[in-house]
Design a protein around this ligand. Structure first.
Ligand SMILES: *Cc1c(COP(=O)(O)O)cnc(C)c1O
Length: 379
């Protein structure tokens, strides 16, 4: 079955009690049992909920996975993956990644004795160089937020397999429309479903997808034992969002391509970060593992002052100045002070994230209107 069909039908069965075509929002905490232990597979809603189940089935299908699990947020999903580890274990992580993942790793999990080693994963040799007998996990993000760096998932998967380490890929930026990390050899896919999967800036949620039954058992145990589960209303919203992922992504990609090229030709723009430029470093790998290049774009002005960037950031009208991404409406963001403020400045600059970098989440409005908006703001 092709992706567009899967996205519409994934996880959805007519409701057994009424035939409702959309899975109802089962707003309940518990389920009545006939006799102790005699039930319909539902006991308590932290462990099972039918709306969540429909979504988790959909999660599995859209990432070509056997299993899907839903969490209260993207970081809760990430947190649950790290809980697979024990004190003394080492994680090799991308030096350029979502600030909230970095904060969770350094400020929370390091206190529990998990060691994180940050390397530039765009060169697999850098990853290989720091593998030890304690390496239990590799954490990747590709394309990265916000510099759009591309890592070869299959190459890192080979390293992870040889080291018997779990490879987890944060696939938030690409969405399953553009990339399926499990097909490239990853063990777990993580999504902030808050972004493209939900797609309408109205819900916070996280997802994990995997093929290995043992990994699924362990992660389900963590999900119900630690309790970071999403409510049924949020599950309904993401399930509804997923149904239009392909048409939204098609437009995000089309608008992204137009705007990336327009920005690149603008006299006041110094550099544009977008994986679809044929001369960008990650292009060959992106072309190999992705089906398109998405609507996430970062850029720097020739005037590298924070003031110049701030002027653009506060002058757009269609692009709203806000954190987050992946919704139908366009957003503009200042990573240094917003999404990536939790990364120390020195660390940020070293990784190429300048104080004047501007990030766009290109929405699905008319591209010409968006360009006019940016043109007025850049001046
Ligand atoms: C937003 C985001 C997260 C965190 O997800 P939440 O749903 O906000 O908890 C993780 N990774 C990436 C790439 C993100 O953009």
């Amino acid at each position: 079955m092709k992706l567009a069909t899967k996205l519409i039908h994934a996880g959805s069965e007519p409701d057994p009690s009424t035939g409702a075509i959309m899975t109802p929002i089962y707003q309940t905490s518990t389920y009545v049992q006939e006799a102790p232990g005699k039930n319909k597979g539902y006991e308590y809603a932290r462990s099972q909920n039918p709306t969540r189940k429909a979504l988790e089935d959909a999660y599995a299908i859209i990432e070509n996975a056997k299993y899907g699990l839903a969490f209260g947020s993207g970081v809760a999903a990430t947190d649950s993956v790290i809980k697979l580890l024990n004190p003394g274990d080492e994680v090799i992580a991308a030096s350029d990644m979502y600030g909230g993942s970095y904060r969770l790793f350094t400020k929370v999990w390091e206190r529990y004795g998990i060691k994180f080693i940050y390397v530039d994963t765009t060169d697999a040799a850098n990853v290989q160089a720091v593998v030890t007998s304690n390496t239990k996990m590799i954490w990747l993000e590709t394309p990265t937020n916000p510099l759009m760096n591309i890592t070869d998932i299959a190459a890192i998967a080979d390293i992870a397999k040889a080291a018997k380490a779990i490879l987890c890929v944060d696939n938030t930026f690409a969405s399953p429309y553009l990339q399926n990390p499990l097909d490239q050899g990853a063990d777990i896919v993580m999504h902030s479903a808050t972004k493209y999967l939900g797609g309408h800036s109205d819900v916070i949620q996280g997802a994990l997808m995997m093929n290995d039954a043992d990994l699924r058992e362990k992660l389900y145990f963590i999900q119900k034992s630690c309790g970071a589960v999403p409510g049924p209303m949020d599950c309904f919203l993401v399930l509804r969002g997923i149904k239009t992922l392909h048409v939204r992504m098609r437009q995000h990609c089309e608008n992204g391509e137009k705007i990336a090229h327009w920005l690149r030709n603008h006299a006041k723009v110094k550099k544009v970060y977008w994986p679809g430029f044929e001369d960008s470093t990650g292009y060959t790998v992106a072309k190999k593992q992705m089906r398109g290049f998405g609507g996430m774009i970062s850029f720097e002005l020739k005037d590298e002052s924070v003031e110049a960037a701030t002027k653009v950031l506060s002058s757009t009208h269609l692009f709203s100045l806000a954190e987050s991404l992946g919704g139908v409406e366009s957003l503009i963001n200042h990573p240094a002070s917003m999404t990536h403020a939790s990364i120390p400045r020195e660390e940020r600059i070293k990784n190429g994230l300048s104080d004047s970098l501007i990030r766009l989440s290109v929405g699905i409005e008319d591209a010409d209107d968006l360009i006019e908006d940016l043109n007025k703001a850049i001046g």
